[in-house]
Write a protein that binds this ligand. Structure first.
Ligand SMILES: O=c1ccn([C@@H]2O[C@H](COP(=O)(O)O)[C@@H](O)[C@H]2O)c(=O)[nH]1
Length: 234
């Protein structure tokens, strides 16, 4: 399956702030959104249901990483939420990813998309080598994790847009690339290290770009979202 969309990272501390952010969009405009640890830990699963009920597609970004049995059981719980995409860390191994897929699959055979984080977009080459003690270059490391995810039956990976073309080339056009680390040319990078503009990400073949602060902290978030969509589609 191939897709292309802009996902807004709803990194807010409360339900109230999140809904008032979403209220800025006209009734007919329902962006694909990402709920991460901050909002989920603060408000729990009900906020997921509330946002889904408003008509948004949801990427639940909890990045599970634990022993296979624990991840399988946690995924079974997440499968009861009507979300469109969930994720885990590929570093948890292929055994963990296969267990996750099993846990996530509902009795009727349906499930949300399952995506594996390769290397966080806040990690640069120096941190990879000196702190994580991985001597393999970043792109090769990401590709190796992506191949493990593909072989385990997952639907795609979270990687930086810098690695998306390589992942698509080697894992297949249908293997999804979900790419944070997106910055407009005039945005601050902040803690993100492996970054790209929406326009270049679109040209690099990314399926989904994940954009947080460049939209949520913009003076006019709706205009910033529309700018990201327009640039991404080219
Ligand atoms: O490698 C990763 C994995 C996840 N993220 C998440 O994406 C957004 C990015 O937000 P920005 O404000 O645009 O930096 C954020 O929720 C991260 O948790 C990531 O950045 N990198």
């Amino acid at each position: 399956m191939s897709a292309k969309d802009v996902i807004i990272a709803l990194d807010f501390p409360t339900r109230e702030e999140t809904l008032s952010f979403l209220d800025q969009f006209p009734a007919g405009e329902k962006p694909f959104v990402k709920i991460g640890m901050e909002l989920f830990y603060a408000e729990g699963p009900q906020v997921v249901r509330d946002i889904k009920a408003r008509g948004h597609k949801i990427f639940l970004d909890l990045k599970l990483h634990d022993i296979p049995n624990t991840v399988k059981r946690a995924m079974a719980v997440l499968s009861r939420l009507d979300v469109d995409m969930v994720n885990l860390h590929a570093a948890g191994t292929s055994e963990m990813m296969r267990a996750a897929l099993e846990g996530l699959t509902r009795p009727d055979g349906t499930r949300p998309l399952l995506i594996a984080v390769t290397q966080l977009t806040s990690t640069d080459a120096a941190a990879l080598k000196n702190e994580l003690l991985i001597d393999t270059p970043m792109a090769e490391t990401v590709l190796s994790y992506a191949k493990n995810a593909a072989a385990s039956g997952l639907d795609g990976v979270v990687c930086s847009p810098l690695e998306a073309a390589l992942v698509k080339e080697r894992c297949g056009a249908d293997f999804l690339t979900v790419t944070p680390g997106i910055r407009f040319a005039d945005s601050a990078a902040g803690d993100q290290k492996r970054i790209m503009t929406p326009e270049k990400a679109g040209k690099s073949g990314c399926d989904y770009i994940v954009v947080g602060r460049p939209i949520t902290q913009a003076e006019d978030p709706v205009a910033a979202y529309r700018r990201a969509v327009k640039d991404f589609w080219g």
